[in-house]
Design a protein around this ligand. Structure first.
Ligand code: NAP
Length: 259
């Protein structure tokens, strides 16, 4: 299927690895020129090189922390008028509610709620003027079913979902959609790190813990980031102009409810 977005420009945040990287690749395969970012230069530059070599699109790599104002300024300087915005950042640390200070909450809100809000505000009105835009927030299955030990994530991501609901229904009149993709367990560094942490705590082999978790999943496996990227690219396509304000689970059936 031709996604109809060849020649469009996208900002893809936190895209040197994992889900952000997969979204960047899928958009590039659809012919979208990219500005991608991450804090570490090595993986970022390697990803930019690989995308250019495989797809031929223009890729600008911006080394920055997207959770800071300065980082977002660098990103927007590199691409002041994107047609597509994918927001993403690392997730907050696990822990117990009683151990979180207000500053922990402030950091989680900054990274997983306020940074996406700031980037949306900086780009959505230009998209509306130009008559095309796709904004996609990478959040978490926690929006649908809060996850024990990830209360910082549960709070910040639900806050973002609420903050986008009205704007999404205003912007769609100008062919600008705003949605969130809610990943369940995908095979990325982040998932491998949480499995390693669990294995260390339990004094077990991480490979065994991973195999048990995958086996207990309805799909019998973790998600492949490329599956996430393909879904992202479709939601950014011309064909998805009637999908907005949605928080869409992509979790292989882990969420057991009907709605
Ligand atoms: P990942 O494999 O660890 O990759 C994270 C990427 O984000 C890296 O490229 C990292 O590069 C970049 N990054 C992190 N913090 C950043 C920042 N402040 N500014 C700019 N770039 C930053 O993680 P992932 O699995 O793709 O997860 C992406 C998001 O989805 C996270 O918020 C995670 O909590 C959420 N999520 C993931 C899963 C899953 O199973 N994978 C499930 C639910 C939710 P640098 O470190 O070099 O900056």
């Amino acid at each position: 299927m031709d996604l109809g977005i060849r020649g469009r420009r996208a900002i893809v945040c936190a895209a040197s690895k994992g889900l952000g990287r997969a979204c960047a690749f899928a958009l590039a395969e659809a012919g979208v020129d990219l500005v991608i970012c991450a804090r570490g230069a090595e993986a970022l530059d390697a990803t930019a090189r690989e995308i250019r070599a495989r797809t031929g699109v223009a890729v600008t790599a911006v080394r920055c922390d997207v959770t800071t104002e300065e980082g977002r300024r660098l990103l927007l300087d590199a691409c002041p008028a994107p047609d597509i915005l994918i927001t993403n950042a690392g997730g907050p640390p696990p822990g117990d509610f009683k151990d979180f200070e207000l500053d922990d909450w402030r950091r989680a809100l900054e990274a997983n709620m306020l940074a996406p809000i700031a980037l949306t505000r900086a780009t959505v009105y230009g998209m509306m003027e130009r008559g095309f835009g796709r904004i996609l927030h990478i959040t978490s299955a926690a929006v649908k079913a809060p996850i024990p030990m990830l209360e910082l994530s549960n709070g910040a991501r639900a806050g973002l979902a609420g903050a986008m609901a009205v704007l999404a229904r205003k912007a769609v009149r100008r062919n600008v959609t705003i949605n969130a993709l809610l990943p369940g367990p995908f095979d990325t560094d982040r998932l491998r790190a949480t499995i390693a942490l669990q294995a260390r705590r339990e004094g077990r082999d991480p490979a065994v813990v991973a195999a048990e978790r995958a086996a207990a999943h309805p799909a019998g496996r973790f998600g492949n980031p490329a599956e996430f990227g393909a879904f992202c690219a479709f939601l950014c396509s011309v064909h998805a102009g009637y999908v907005t304000g949605q928080n869409i689970l992509i979790d292989g059936g882990a969420y057991p409810g009907l709605l």
